[in-house]
Design a protein around this ligand. Structure first.
Ligand code: ATP
Ligand code: MG
Length: 419
């Protein structure tokens, strides 16, 4: 026998046993986004590599070492499996001129790909739900995003996530901060790891995002951006804080919060939990006012965030959350030539009334069919034998309670099962 083929390392099958949890999450999220007036956008999973290099930034973990890139074997084009959703979303908005006469509230969901070291909460294919508001400049939109995420945690029943916010200021403020950081880290060159040394002159802010424990002390003591902050960003950040206080959303200012992607400016935020070990950030985002122009669109302000679905589901499971069961209403058994023919139509008729019905396939005795009905989790068995078929009726037997079996026609059956 040849060796069995396994899924690619760091890429997970989502098995039927987890379907109820995923569906609960996705349904909750779709309702939640509708409640805020966001519309879904679906973009391809493969994009030009250049899109990510130009948006996420050349000197970032994602672009330097985490992208799944390949050459189109026919025309040699450089392509990449998307590592995140914002760049694709912005590309589509520019390409289709969606900002032509109105700002946009958009969302997306789907798999993202990053070649990271697989561990709990960190995979090579993972899923994000992301939200983008394009064409909005004020802190009111940053506040909307934070308030809406706070509501989602409530809807999901998560109480263990805390909000951290920071501001990265304008591009000019970051440039000033950058030179101060370079001098500071130059003074600690002996502690810097290889990545940090390489980034010291190209992208020193990235050093603050390092997860290397050996560097945490110098990162902690590094100069803070606050002193270089421009007036406009300071005001934007203060207004955001006032709005969050007014909305009753508690937060902590974390001056080390810089995010792993270069396109952010002004507001950045993360929702973090202590219950998932090192992979504690479940949602992250911020403002990216220059990204649209940077990848070829007409300049427009924007902000957004993305959440890690696997991490949120892990958190739900941590809290022993039990999702609503995905059991069918009925399992239909049938035996005999006439009954077999009637069953297909009878099942359709019950489904017409909105019921979920699993129709037994594959024959067998009533006894063996009943075993399958039981295992299906269905609330009722709907039974059609020759007697029932001749009378154009069905027998219904409750499977989860001790009620009696009773006979009725299909109209009555639909009503009975719907109760
Ligand atoms: P981290 O600091 O954990 O690497 P990040 O800053 O790279 O996260 P973003 O690019 O902002 O993450 O993505 C938003 C969210 O997507 C993260 O907060 C996290 O919940 C989730 N996420 C990111 N990378 C992974 C991954 N490899 N596996 C699972 N979830 C991930
Ligand atoms: Mg990362």
């Amino acid at each position: 026998m040849s060796k069995t083929i396994q899924a690619v390392r760091g890429m997970n099958d989502i098995l039927p046993a987890d379907a109820a949890l995923w569906e609960f999450f996705e349904d909750t999220v779709a309702d939640w986004l509708r409640a805020y007036g966001y519309t879904q956008i679906r973009t391809p999973i493969v994009e030009s590599t250049d899109l990510f290099v130009r948006s996420i930034g050349e000197v970032t973990d994602i672009v330097e070492k985490e992208m799944y890139s390949f050459e189109d074997r026919l025309n040699g084009e450089q392509l990449t499996l998307r590592p995140e959703g914002t760049a694709s979303c912005v590309r589509a908005v520019i390409q289709h001129n969606l900002l032509y006469n109105a700002p946009q509230r958009l969302w997306y969901k789907g798999p993202m790909f990053r070649h990271e070291r697989p561990q709990k909460g960190r995979y090579r294919q993972f899923h994000q739900v992301g939200v983008e508001a394009l064409g909005f400049a004020g802190p009111d939109m940053d506040a909307e995003h934070i308030v809406m995420t706070a509501r989602l945690w409530k809807l999901l029943g998560l109480d263990d996530v805390a909000l951290e916010i920071n501001t990265l200021g304008s591009l000019e403020a970051r440039a000033r901060y950058r030179s101060r950081l370079i001098s500071y880290f130059e003074g600690h060159a002996d502690v810097l790891d290889e990545d940090a040394k390489r980034r010291l002159h190209s992208n020193p802010l990235r050093i603050l995002d390092s997860k290397n424990p050996a560097m945490q002390a110098i990162i902690e003591a590094a100069p803070k951006l606050a002193e270089d902050l421009d007036e406009e960003s300071r005001k934007h950040f203060e207004e955001l804080q006032e709005m969050l206080i007014a909305a009753g959303v508690p937060f902590r200012i974390n001056p080390r919060l810089v995010r792993g992607l270069d396109y952010y400016n002004a507001t950045v935020f993360e929702w973090v939990t202590t219950r998932l070990g090192a992979q504690g950030t479940v949602c992250a985002g911020g403002r990216y006012d220059s990204l649209i122009e940077q990848i070829g669109g007409k300049s427009a302000p924007a902000c957004g965030f993305a959440m890690g679905v696997e991490r949120l589901l892990a958190l739900l499971q941590e809290q022993s959350f039990v999702p609503p069961a995905l059991m069918p209403d009925a399992y239909m058994l049938h035996l005999g030539e006439q009954a077999d023919r009637m069953a297909i139509l009878a099942a359709e008729q019950l489904r017409d009334s909105g019921l979920s019905v699993v129709l037994h396939c594959g024959g067998g005795s009533f006894k063996s069919q009943m075993k399958k009905a039981d295992a299906s989790g269905a609330r009722y068995a709907v039974i059609i034998g020759d007697d029932e078929a001749t009378a154009g009726e069905v027998s219904i037997k409750p499977l989860r309670t001790s009620g009696e079996q009773s006979r009725m026609n299909l109209v009555q059956a639909a009503e009975y099962l719907a109760e």
